[in-house]
Design a protein around this ligand. Structure first.
Ligand SMILES: Cc1cc2nc3c(=O)[nH]c(=O)nc-3n(C[C@H](O)[C@H](O)[C@H](O)COP(=O)(O)OP(=O)(O)OC[C@H]3O[C@@H](n4cnc5c(N)ncnc54)[C@H](O)[C@@H]3O)c2cc1C
Length: 383
């Protein structure tokens, strides 16, 4: 079945050719060991797919966001998990959009060549949660360095990243006119003294961590953009992140639909394929429709982004609709497989866990709804 694959055929074929080398057995073994899929990430990086969004002048492939989403879609669609590497695509964006020419010249070619990985971003903190402006990690300037103290949580891929984008408060909350001011973004060497990493065992095989920061010294030249404007830089990067993750969910969604359909056609119970029963057919058909609809929003958001037009609402809607549709497809698939869906060898229980994450991270459902209610529909601000 080739559902939803009617664009970018060459790109899809090339990414797929790489992904099929990392089969079901590979992902099952990685999942069982709770290991990092190093060989897969390395192959994707070497093939140049991870530097899709880095402009050619810095050694990347200079592809559009739409094309980058196709890469991510093909990864999840092949049965893999893009959570191990998607950060390489969008975290670098903060540097690309807001970094100085020197910073870009210093880091981007090495990132594009796969010599450096920038796939970790430390924003979330245990006490602030989604209320990012309340973060307590502080960076104080002393001469030519910033001294940073604080704590982060859910910092993903940090142990497999050379660099991290770090958000810290540089002006206390009670000294700024607006709470979104006084936050700054730094590029941090993850092996620096003062960073203590404690992995969080979680529902998915996803390398994510608590990070304790104790007198971390960051050279002042590693400040990205202007001091105090970091919150805006982080927000700027979120649209690309949401659209890429929407595409991953779409890939998951088609994977579940294809699996469900094939199994429903083959599994004989009461002397006929279970897919002959409308109780089995209809949920698959409905779920397919939801994925197709979410996919339209994904392409709309990506196209607006590529045209450098406002796309905040569409990026949020794409991520939300795609995450909901893939989760529904996961449920339908599990139900279609019955007991066998729970057996690890079919991959369904693993993909089910993996796709569930996207209703919570990188932004949870309620926050997307409140964004739309306030910024698109003009309803009163609730917090
Ligand atoms: C596996 C994983 C990987 C992650 N990776 C990263 C990473 O690399 N870097 C990083 O910085 N963060 C990362 N995160 C953090 C992620 O972005 C947050 O978990 C997510 O944004 C939700 O924030 P929270 O967990 O603090 O929930 P909270 O803010 O504590 O919210 C809890 C619940 O309450 C709801 N809620 C809160 N306020 C309101 C309100 N006013 N109205 C209605 N509902 C509300 C939320 O929607 C949510 O459902 C990751 C999280 C996970 C689970």
């Amino acid at each position: 079945m080739n559902l939803g694959r009617d664009n970018h055929p060459d790109l899809r074929d090339a990414v797929r050719a790489l992904c099929i080398q990392f089969d079901s057995a590979y992902w099952q073994a990685i999942d069982e060991k709770r290991a990092y899929p190093e060989a897969f990430v390395e192959a994707l990086t070497k093939a140049g797919w991870m530097s899709a969004l880095i402009p050619e002048e810095y050694g990347g492939s200079g592809l559009s966001l739409t094309e980058a989403t196709v890469i991510m879609e093909e990864v999840t669609r092949s049965g893999g998990n893009a959570g191990c590497c998607h950060g390489q695509m969008y975290n670098m964006n903060t540097l690309l959009r807001n970094g100085s020419p020197e910073q870009k010249r210093k880091y981007l070619p090495k990132i594009a060549a796969g010599e450096l990985r920038l796939q970790a971003m430390g924003v979330t903190e245990p006490t602030a949660g989604t209320d990012t402006t309340k973060i307590k990690t502080v960076a104080v300037k002393k001469g030519d360095r910033y001294i940073v103290n604080g704590q982060k949580v859910w910092t993903s891929r940090l142990q497999h990243s050379d660099l991290m984008i770090l958000l810290a408060r540089t002006t206390p909350l009670d000294k700024v006119a607006k709470k979104s001011e006084g936050l700054s973004v730094f590029l941090v060497d993850t092996k620096s003294k003062g960073i203590d990493v404690k992995p969080i065992r979680n529902m998915v095989n996803h390398e994510t961590n608590q990070v304790f920061i104790d007198n971390l010294e960051i050279p002042a030249e590693n400040l990205i953009g202007e001091e105090g404007k970091g919150f805006r830089y982080i927000l700027d990067g979120l649209n690309a992140e949401r659209i890429l993750i929407a595409a991953e969910c779409i890939g998951d969604g088609y994977w579940f639909i294809e699996r469900s359909t094939k199994y429903a056609g083959e599994r004989i119970v009461f002397d006929r394929p279970i897919g002959q029963n409308q109780g089995i057919q209809f949920p698959i058909a409905e779920s397919y429709m939801e994925i197709e609809a979410a996919n339209l929003m994904r392409y709309k958001a990506a196209s607006l982004y590529d045209q450098k037009k406002q796309c905040g609402a569409e990026a949020n809607m794409a991520k939300h609709l795609a995450a909901k549709a893939s989760w529904e497809a996961a449920n339908v698939c599990l139900q279609t497989f019955g007991g066998f869906g729970f057996a690890a060898e079919y991959d369904i229980e693993r993909k089910f866990r993996e796709t569930r994450l996207y209703l919570v991270a990188p932004i949870s459902t309620n926050l997307i709804l409140s964004y739309l209610a306030e910024h698109v529909l003009g309803l009163p601000r609730s917090f």
